[in-house]
Design a protein. Structure first.
Length: 376
């Protein structure tokens, strides 16, 4: 593959850093990492690639139009992968304005900077303009709650009767054409940004792609999210707070599998298309926490069970019950399938946190000490 320059926004975040590491370690491409370095941005997640001659870091805000214009002029990217976003539902409940600013306004600013750059390319380098891609990375949460779909009385076309539970589970998966129905300020802001990207493609002809992924997990995950929070709380002997009855279902995707999928879409995907990326691992939150407890009991045994730390707490406002991705399109058209099962990926994740105490202790000493967010 021809060597390209990737401009990655949010490259110091959880998913973004995985993409940067994958590109530097397993390709010959150049990477420009653009990150504002808010609370969740962490350059220590890139310590093993930061000395590469093919890696450049620029601290900048995607809402800053002048900074974005200068970065395009300086680095002349072939691919933009837009991952910069506020991403935690609980934080969006506490402070939605920041999510609108970053996820909606920031995306609009980046799209305009990209459009200006791309128009110039069309005048100066038609081959590069033709090959240029803008890849917007989004979430399955924009689709809303699959449980509501199941409860709405979906009927079989053949029998005009309610579907069996097995049929319903297969039928009610998020596909690339599922209507949007976001439930939280976070998912609403991401849905807005998705619409902007598609509008810039339709109106201006910009070569864009969109991906919507399921819940990611893995190394370098900021500990406000479920899996790292449970690991670190358990190791500290703290309660493991499970929202509501813990039966909310998510499809879990190992972050390094996701990074490989994103690069494949950016380099091989069809312009104007959307690709859903999932791990084929639907699990109830309580099952995830119990599995983590059992893994820790195996790897860091203690006299009492880690499961004894599980504590049920008041549910999150507007909490969606079920998400599940149909990832057949990206498998069929681009040949991507996840390499990790939930069991292998979770074991790797726990082992990483056990081996990287310095990384997560510095995070805990910073802006987040495990406190609950989004409880109104």
């Amino acid at each position: 593959m021809k060597k390209k320059t990737f401009l990655i926004t949010g490259g110091a975040g959880f998913i973004g850093s995985a993409v940067v590491r994958e590109l530097i370690q397993n390709s010959a491409h150049q990477v420009v990492n653009v990150d504002k370095l808010t609370y969740a941005g962490n350059l220590e997640s890139l310590a093993n690639v930061e000395t590469s001659e093919r890696y450049t870091f620029a601290q900048a805000d995607i809402c800053d139009a002048n900074a974005m214009q200068q970065l395009f002029e300086q680095h002349q990217p072939d691919v933009v992968m837009h991952l910069a976003a506020e991403s935690h539902v609980d934080r969006s409940i506490d402070g939605p304005a920041e999510f609108i600013q970053t996820n909606v306004v920031g995306t609009a600013v980046l799209l305009e900077a990209t459009r200006s750059y791309w128009k110039e390319l069309q005048q100066k380098d038609t081959a590069k303009a033709e090959a240029f891609r803008f890849h917007h990375i989004s979430t399955d949460e924009v689709y809303g709650d699959l449980a509501e779909c199941e409860e709405s009385g979906v009927r079989s076309e053949e029998e005009n009767s309610p579907l069996t539970s097995a049929q319903r589970a297969h039928a009610s998966l998020f596909t690339e054409t599922t209507p949007y129905a976001p439930s939280s300020p976070y998912s609403a802001s991401k849905a807005s940004s998705d619409h902007l990207v598609r509008a810039w493609q339709r109106t201006y002809g910009m070569p864009t792609l969109v991906t919507n992924c399921s819940n990611n997990y893995g190394p370098y995950h900021f500990p406000e999210k479920l899996i790292p929070l449970m690991i670190l709380n358990a190791l500290a002997g703290k309660p493991l707070p499970v929202y509501g009855n813990g039966q909310q279902i998510r499809d879990w995707l190992y972050v390094e599998d996701h990074a490989r999928a994103l690069i494949k879409v950016a380099t091989e995907g069809q312009v104007g298309e959307t690709y859903n990326i999932g791990g084929h691992n639907e699990k109830a939150n309580l099952t995830v926490v119990e599995t983590l407890c059992d893994l820790l009991q195996e790897l860091v045994p203690q006299e009492t069970s880690y499961r004894d730390l599980i504590t049920f707490v008041t549910d999150r406002p507007g909490h969606d019950v079920r998400y599940a991705i149909d990832a057949s399109k990206i498998e069929r058209e681009l040949g991507w399938v996840p390499e990790e099962t939930f069991e292998t990926g979770l074991r790797k994740t726990v082992q990483w946190y056990l081996a990287n105490e310095t990384w997560w202790k510095r995070v805990q000493d910073g802006s987040y000490q495990g406190q609950r967010l989004g409880s109104l």
